[in-house]
Write a protein that binds this ligand. Sequence first.
Ligand code: NDP
Length: 285
Amino acid sequence: MAAIIIDGKQLSTTKRNELAKEVEQIKEGGLLPKLVVILVGDNPASLSYIRGKKKAAEEIGVGFQLEHYPESLTEKELLDVIESYNNNDEYHGILVQLPLPAHIDETAVVETISPLKDVDGFHPVNIGRMMTGQDTFLPCTPAGIVEMIKSVGVEISGKNVVVVGRSNIVGKPVGQLLLNEHATVTYCHSKTQNLSSYTKDADILVAAVGRANFIKGEDIKPGAVVIDVGVNRLDTGKLCGDVVFDEAKEVASYLTPVPGGVGPMTITMLAHNTVQSAKRFLEGK
Ligand code: NDP
């Protein structure tokens, strides 16, 4: 039986409509939610992601400001820009687009963003809050993945989850969020021996590796929910995920496509975090 495709675009549209209503209410309360995105250099992928973020903000009525600096911007100058937005009450979300040029220390940048405006959910304070199950800004890709699984009514509690990938922005936090939902979580990575022995045991399989067509149909347990986070560009210019879509479709119960799966939901969760931040400001928290 062919898997049901979890349509990230469709789910995003529904969520963005809900967010637009929340923004209306915030505006009625006298506050205009605003997001600033800071970009250093001209990385084409970053520019494309930022266009998506701007579109999402505009769709839901959130103000959007792009601060675009040349590659030569120093770390000190960047930290000063961040501080100025930390202290500017007109902005409720600050996002520094990664990756940064090599001369800028990413950790210093992430730690300079006020945890109260860290809508990417990367600040160690917010990561700590996520780990301890407190209300906070959740990192966007992992939070979007949990929303996608829940959207199709799949029970997470008690399930065997296997996450392939352990990056700080995707693999680790998605495993943590699914653990918070009472799944039993296994992380796999480049040093894992006999990877398919783990993936074949997964009720929910999250592939966040960054290697085209890495997970084959034979690596998937029949009936599993498969979340494909990978975004890989083939020589043909076509985008594809970490999972062989046509094979997975025949084995999985639910499957996310690339493009049109996790990507749109990531951006929608950024919009969600910005709206939640504005609400907190309005409520004076
Ligand atoms: P990273 O490169 O930071 O992490 C990749 C992970 O995959 C690492 O933990 C690495 O292990 C693991 N890995 C690499 N090779 C293997 C292997 N042979 N077997 C098992 N594990 C392996 O990538 P990200 O987490 O940032 O991103 C992953 C993918 O998701 C990329 O394609 C990225 O473009 C995409 N992405 C998509 C987003 C979206 O919104 N759709 C958002 C963010 C990312 P180790 O730690 O041992 O090196």
